[in-house]
Design a protein around this ligand. Structure first.
Ligand code: DQA
Length: 138
């Protein structure tokens, strides 16, 4: 099983970015733990602050990988292009957010990703990525 985690803007700052909202752990440390936990899964990680690079990556992997776990971060709420990319590919996409976006500012309540996604996970911190991986096991 080949899965990729794609993280959008500002998620490279996890660990030091608003730790009361996003936690104190860096994604690199967390990702090493994930790889250890899911040794049978070919797990990749990609992060970019640039909308077009995220779209390019979805297109690149979206016809061959078994799953995409996408935290589009702020682009979730703004990007028609990312939403279209999710719908264009055949690989199922699980949308994820670390924080409980439904309990935050109203502009975080809408998503251009959700209606093309297989499912959505939010509010469980970094554990949500683990739940997203598990969702690909039938
Ligand atoms: C986020 C929630 C978004 O609203 C925000 O812009 C982010 C992170 C989350 O993981 O909780 O950057 O996607």
């Amino acid at each position: 099983m080949k899965l990729i985690i794609i993280n959008g803007p500002n998620l490279n700052l996890l660990g030091k970015r608003e730790p009361e909202v996003y936690g104190k752990e860096t994604f690199e440390d967390f990702f090493r733990k994930l790889q250890f936990k899911f040794q049978k899964v070919e797990l990749e990680y990609f992060q970019s602050n640039i909308e077009g690079e995220l779209i390019d990556k979805i297109q690149e992997v979206g016809f061959s990988y078994d799953g995409i776990i996408l935290n589009a971060a702020s682009y979730t709420h703004t990007s028609v292009g990312l939403g279209d990319a999710v719908k264009a590919v055949t690989t199922p996409v699980v949308e994820i957010h670390i924080s409980n976006v439904a309990a935050r500012e109203p502009f975080r309540h809408s998503s251009y990703i959700s209606n093309g996604a297989k499912g959505v996970i939010f509010g469980f911190g970094l554990k949500g990525y683990e739940l997203a991986i598990q969702s690909f096991f039938e």
